[in-house]
Write a protein that binds this ligand. Structure first.
Ligand SMILES: Cc1ncc(COP(=O)(O)O)c(C=O)c1O
Length: 438
């Protein structure tokens, strides 16, 4: 690790100088606090990115499997989105008035996700927050339910985990929590049908907010029939089901919902929807839409905690229209998913050749290795994490021109990722494992 730390610093004198300068004006030397988490002594400062690659200011080239933690799953600066955004920027960026792009995007989302009505926000966090508020309002219930070790953005209600003694409490690192999250939220393990039934039985839960497969504690797949049970139990108890497809859009053009024929009440989709230009969408079933409209109050609709000044702006919507119709298409997924298959096959072979108790898994064009057997719950996935080992693997990869997400060991394929990028990762992974004595 020391050798790799030194190599990282030695090969990035310009990033180092920028970081030293940045520490005098940016808190901890970074523009957003998560960026301190990169495995090197400082983050590489970026000169430019295009497609599946970027260069840092020292001229080092990287294959980007992080892709802005899904925001750039489209590849960096895809031509069609950039063209549409450039043209829109000359015609007005934000007006607080609609244009035709909003309808085209909503029509496209209807086709993809099979939900009739859509609204827009600037981030997936906001789309989740607004969906939760609406669910609370129409069900007249206070609580929500999430799965242990989920992540849905900076949504206060979701920062809850099951504590070692089995009680619910704040997840580690929950900054400035307004209340202990058990006041607002119930938490159960993913794939635990009995716990879900027990939690919803009291009929005080407005909504379940779920990723259809967990992606933020490593990938945790649903057990066979789990989604059937989740839908039946939520319906039985009058609890709405919100599917957060922000990451699981990697499963295909209509996300996991369409790939597996799910039937949620609400869907949230952010990050890559505008190729990284801020924007997110949330959609509702006819029944939910009718219930929302029945409670709508014209006089106070702008101060009720839903929406935002820049939400649904012309630039976001132009970017979403181009991204959905020209970039994140079925043809793109037909290219991306086999790349992820190639990635997992290569890593699986390296793991088995080294006889390690690790595993690698895949969800559409997203792949991930974990330092343990395949998890069935968030807890099992969390217990398999090893911060030191993770940092070593990430740093070793970065020093050889490969960027994984800074959180767990996740890789995304973009429409512009190539087989040779994947094979380069396989080689570097194999070499890292060898260095560890595997
Ligand atoms: C599943 C999921 N939902 C929502 C979000 C929040 O996205 P944003 O940070 O863009 O608001 C994230 C972020 O990682 C996410 O993984």
């Amino acid at each position: 690790m020391q050798r790799e730390q030194k190599k990282f610093v030695d090969e990035r004198p310009k990033s180092k100088a920028l970081f030293e300068r940045a520490r005098k004006s940016l808190l901890a030397g970074v523009p957003m606090n998560w960026m301190v988490k990169w495995a090197g002594a400082f983050p590489p400062f970026v000169r430019e990115a295009q497609g599946a690659h970027f260069f840092d200011v020292d001229g080092n080239r990287y294959i980007d499997f992080c892709l802005g933690d899904t925001g750039a799953m489209t590849g960096h600066s895809p031509f069609a989105t950039v063209k549409a955004a450039e043209e829109q920027m000359r015609r007005g960026i934000t007006l607080m008035l609609p244009g035709e792009d909003a309808i085209v995007v909503a029509e496209e989302l209807q086709k993809r996700f099979n939900l009739p009505y859509w609204q827009f926000a600037l981030t997936a966090t906001d789309a989740n927050r607004f969906s939760i508020r609406l669910a609370r309002q129409i069900t007249e219930r206070r609580k929500i339910l999430v799965f242990n070790w989920c992540y849905h953005g900076t949504v206060d209600e979701t920062f809850i985990t099951i504590q070692p003694d089995g009680s619910p409490g704040s997840r580690p690192g929950n900054i400035g929590a307004p209340v202990n999250p058990w006041v607002t939220t119930k938490v159960v393990e993913f794939n635990d049908v009995d716990a879900l039934e027990a939690a919803l039985h009291s009929k005080d839960v407005a909504c379940v907010l779920a990723e259809p497969a967990m992606t933020n504690v490593g990938i945790v797949h649903p057990a066979p029939e789990y989604h059937k049970a989740l839908r039946e139990i939520t319906r039985k108890h009058g609890t709405l089901l919100i599917m957060d497809e922000t990451h699981t859009i990697c499963a295909g053009p209509g996300g996991y919902t369409r790939a597996e024929n799910l039937d949620p009440d609400v869907i949230v989709f952010g990050k890559a929807i505008g190729a990284g230009i801020p924007g997110a969408a949330y959609g509702f079933s006819q029944e939910v839409a009718d219930r929302i409209v029945a409670k709508h109050e014209l006089e106070t609709c702008d101060v009720g905690g839903i929406g935002g000044t820049l939400a649904g702006n012309a630039l976001s919507l132009a970017a979403m229209r181009a991204t959905l119709t020209k970039v994140l298409t079925k043809e793109a997924f037909d290219r991306m998913i086999p790349l992820a298959e190639r990635w997992t096959t290569g890593v699986a072979k390296a793991i088995s050749d080294a006889d390690l108790p690790w595993h690698v898994t895949r969800l559409g064009c997203r792949a991930e290795y974990m330092f343990g057997p395949e998890p069935r719950t968030g807890s099992e996935a969390h217990d398999a994490m090893d911060f030191e080992l993770e940092r070593f693997m990430h740093l070793y990869a970065m020093n050889r021109g490969i960027l994984l997400t800074p959180f767990h060991n996740m890789a995304l394929m973009s429409p512009q990722t190539e087989n040779e990028d994947v094979d380069r990762h396989t080689k570097v992974f194999r070499d890292a494992v060898k260095e560890l004595g595997g």
